[in-house]
Design a protein around this ligand. Structure first.
Ligand SMILES: [Ca+2]
Length: 184
């Protein structure tokens, strides 16, 4: 009998809790926490990414990854072409998305020729190029970040990296690793 009473009380408490949740502001219920991409460091190849062929480098001892064994690489062939890599994530209502990534730039260029544009497109806003990196972006791994800001509705965010390479006048390669997607 005692058990029944306890269960009944628990059920009543649950009802109360559920009922009161409707009166809370939405921010109290949203899970704006943590890194949400399944393969931020390319250790699983292009899983979780939309990418062109041969964009992931694995286990190059002479040109190692930022972390792990793999990274994505753009341009670097002295051929006139485009290369693109991107991914889409869901940003719950009232969450901010911060995309952080590391880039290393290896070059023989002495002026801007090949470049890597990094953009973040969010539902309801025009797509924006946040970074336009070129030969002078540095041969050491450097960290960059971009954010979505918050909105009262759920949104889709598309992060993309587009390299434009021109044949002649030197060659630049852009290596990208640890592209994390963190909600806050
Ligand atoms: Ca990696």
């Amino acid at each position: 009998m005692k058990t029944l009473v306890t269960l009944a009380s628990a059920a009543a408490l649950l009802l109360l809790t559920t009922g009161s949740a409707h009166h809370r502001p939405p921010t109290a219920e949203t899970p704006c926490r943590g890194q949400i991409h399944t393969n931020p460091g390319f250790e699983r190849g292009t899983t979780g990414w939309t990418a062109g062929p041969r964009m992931v480098v694995l286990g190059d001892a002479a040109r190692p990854a930022h972390t792990g064994r793999a990274y994505a690489t753009f341009a670097g062939l002295d051929v006139t072409r485009y290369e693109q890599l991107g991914t889409e994530v869901t940003v719950p209502a009232n969450c901010n998305l911060t995309v952080r990534f590391w880039v290393r730039t290896l070059t023989t260029e002495t002026r801007r020729g090949d470049f890597l544009n990094v953009g973040l497109a969010v539902t309801g806003e025009p797509p924006k190029t946040r970074f336009s990196l070129a030969y002078d972006s540095g041969p050491q791994w450097r960290e960059y970040s971009m954010s979505s800001g918050t909105a009262t509705t759920e949104r889709t965010a598309w992060a993309n990296f587009v390299a434009t390479e021109m044949a002649g006048n030197g060659v630049t390669a852009f290596d990208v690793d640890d592209v994390t997607f963190t909600l806050s």
